[in-house]
Design a protein around this ligand. Structure first.
Ligand SMILES: [Zn+2]
Length: 310
């Protein structure tokens, strides 16, 4: 990187050229953002550029003394060690006088200089804190742990997330966009196919979800819309054990298999009986649960789930 792109300059001052790699151009474009996140902790000052590296709280000297150019004082290549003597500050450059108090506030340890990551308590870099700096944050998605959890299946989770956000291509939405003229539910051929009808107000899907709830030892009240059912699962299965995973898997797998069944009916003209769809849900869950290392939870629910008489 030094030889090919920086070419003897300081990293923070180097420019990109037209023929440089895209990666390098992208890294360079993030410099200003990076300068807000890192700082050099001065030990002996030997590896820190006096003018260009960020080692003062106030910012880089080249920016603080922007009316000066280091070339005029012939100190472009100076490191901070040039103004340290016997582990004490020895500010021999008169142009640094405006910054004397900021500089002398820093204690010189005599150790190697070190980069500090400013967004963690201990100064060590962490991907999560970096991600928090670059991302646009939104409100927490209240049902996040119903979608993503240990042993979840990515395809099922994505389908679940899309359905909770009402982003699946259900017929009511396709009709609204003028893509289809058919709005009727592919499972019952009676009602308008909306997200909430498909999961689980439709007789077909309500039956499957009721079977799952029965196995999870939940009250078999009238099945409501998907979001209410997801909230109920989240509330009832809070304790982090096997039943926590089982209940979420049941909901995710049910949504996934009902969506698959609906698609097969529309695109492949194939139909499965609702009992067979439940059978597939049951088998999928057993496979996904097999690799679970969590401590066993309510054994009553677990044994009830594993004993399926069809
Ligand atoms: Zn229906």
């Amino acid at each position: 990187m030094n030889v090919r792109y920086i070419r003897g300059d300081n990293f923070w001052e180097s420019n990109t050229n037209l023929l440089d790699s895209g990666t390098w151009k992208h890294i360079s474009s993030l410099k200003n953002q990076a300068l807000k996140c890192i700082m050099k902790s001065i030990g002996n000052g030997e590896t820190t550029s006096l003018w260009f590296d960020p080692w003062l709280q106030e910012g880089r000297i080249i920016e603080l003394l922007h009316y000066l150019t280091p070339q005029h004082t012939d100190t472009t290549t100076w490191t901070v060690s040039r103004i340290i003597q016997n582990s004490q500050w020895n500010i021999i450059l008169p142009c640094l006088n405006p910054l004397i108090s900021s500089i002398t506030n820093i204690s010189v340890s005599g150790q190697k200089d070190q980069w500090i990551w400013l967004h963690t308590g201990d100064g060590d870099f962490s991907f999560s804190s970096a991600w928090n700096q670059v991302r646009t944050s939104y409100d927490k998605f209240e049902l996040y742990n119903v979608v993503w959890f240990p042993n979840s299946n990515p395809r099922m989770s994505c389908c679940m997330l899309r359905s909770l956000c009402n982003r699946l291509a259900t017929r009511d939405r396709l009709f609204k966009f003028g893509i289809t003229s058919i709005e009727v539910c592919a499972l019952c051929n009676s009602y308008k196919e909306t997200r909430d009808h498909l999961f689980f107000q439709c007789q077909y899907s309500a039956y499957i979800w009721k079977l799952c709830k029965l196995k999870l030892q939940m009250k078999i009240t009238d099945v409501k819309d998907l979001k209410t059912e997801a909230l109920e699962i989240q509330q009832k299965f809070k304790k982090k054990d096997n039943t926590y995973i089982l209940a979420r898997l049941a909901l995710n797998a049910t949504v996934w298999h009902i969506w698959q069944e609906r698609n097969k009916r529309i695109f492949h003209d194939q139909k499965l009986h609702k009992i067979m769809v439940f059978r597939r849900i049951y088998e999928d869950i057993n496979i996904l649960l097999r690799t679970c290392n969590w401590k066993v939870g309510n054994s009553d629910i677990l044994s009830n789930w594993s004993y399926v008489k069809l």
